[in-house]
Design a protein around this ligand. Structure first.
Ligand SMILES: NC(=O)c1ccc[n+]([C@@H]2O[C@H](COP(=O)([O-])OP(=O)(O)OC[C@H]3O[C@@H](n4cnc5c(N)ncnc54)[C@H](O)[C@@H]3O)[C@@H](O)[C@H]2O)c1
Length: 292
């Protein structure tokens, strides 16, 4: 049976870890040729190797796509490797500080806006002419935080609110060229971000983040990749401008409903993709502060 993305060419930003890694692997399993982007020290080549071992085709572009030249070069690298572009998955993003707004480091704020907003804008800008040629589509990484806001992550939630509105505007522009644009809005996903000691969350934040979801557990990167693959596929041909919640029910929830879910129902599904870097995270990267 042919994969859902057979014959398609995709760019996945932030493909060296977490959700981006899973999206890259999922796209490849569904038959796409994939250009993987990540920061220079990210294990993007590992992910490309995993795709090649699966029998897929992957090329690598390393560079911070919040920088104009890197974003332009990323799109051009895809053209050189695979000759066209059908899907842009704007997954790259950062979560670098846990602090009330009065304490929030201004430098970290600027960095968050740059990495979450400017990167998605630049990649979309440079990819759009190519997507218009193939009647392709874009999938953005938004967040439930873009709807709900999240105390002590207020600037982060703000960047995701931008992504939601930006996605809808781009969808409106793209429709006249046959280009769709959608946004996945994850809740707490099992990457380094939601595990204390691996990202910026402390123990209390970790507990409330997970238990605020109706399902009382994190989602997995693969569960996000499944939704992204659907949105990117022709099966979603009538879906555009959509903010697609994949958040274990945290958005409509009240209180801590996860605590009432029996433990056996809180178990995360096993990976079926060869994921290696789900929880590599950001500690050790220059601007990340850890507040335990
Ligand atoms: N993990 C969650 O709970 C969660 C929830 C909601 C939304 N999201 C969104 O999903 C996306 C991925 O999150 P994750 O948890 O997988 O993060 P992660 O840190 O595990 O992976 C993100 C990867 O993107 C890379 N990256 C960041 N900025 C980049 C840039 N400008 N250029 C190139 N590479 C860049 C990082 O180095 C990292 O390897 C983010 O946009 C995030 O906002 C995550």
């Amino acid at each position: 049976m042919a994969g859902r993305l057979e014959g398609k060419v995709a760019i996945v930003t932030g493909a060296g870890a977490g959700i981006g890694e899973a999206v890259a692997l999922k796209f490849a399993r569904e038959g796409a040729q994939v250009l993987l982007n990540g920061l220079p020290d990210d294990p993007v080549e590992d992910v490309a190797e995993a795709i090649r071992r699966m029998g897929g085709q992957a090329a690598v572009h390393l560079g911070d796509v919040s920088e104009e030249e890197n974003a332009r070069e990323c799109v051009e690298a895809c053209g050189r490797a695979f000759g066209k572009l059908d899907i842009l998955a704007n997954i790259a993003g950062v979560l670098v500080e846990l602090a009330a707004v009065e304490d929030y480091d201004i430098f970290q704020f600027d960095y968050t806006v740059k990495m979450n907003v400017r990167s998605a804008f630049l990649m979309t800008k440079f990819a759009m002419p190519h997507l218009q040629k193939t009647r392709g589509n874009i999938v953005f990484a938004g967040s439930e935080a873009g709807f709900n806001g999240t105390p002590k992550f207020s600037p982060y939630g703000g960047t995701k609110g931008f992504i939601h509105a930006f996605c809808k505007g781009v969808a409106g522009e793209g429709a006249q060229h046959g280009v769709r644009a959608n946004c996945i809005c994850p809740g707490a996903i099992s990457t380094a971000w939601t595990h204390k000691g691996e990202g910026v969350m402390d123990a209390k934040t970790e507990e409330t983040t997970v238990m605020a979801a109706m399902m009382g557990r994190r989602g997995t990167p693969e569960e996000m990749a499944n939704v992204v693959a659907f949105l990117a596929s022709d099966e979603a041909s009538y879906v555009t401008g959509a903010l697609w919640l994949a958040d274990g029910g945290v958005t409509p929830a009240k209180g801590m409903p996860g605590e009432d879910v029996p433990r056996d129902l809180r178990k995360e599904p096993e990976f079926t993709l060869p994921i290696q870097h789900a929880r590599d995270g950001e500690i050790g990267k220059p601007l990340v502060t850890k507040k335990a």
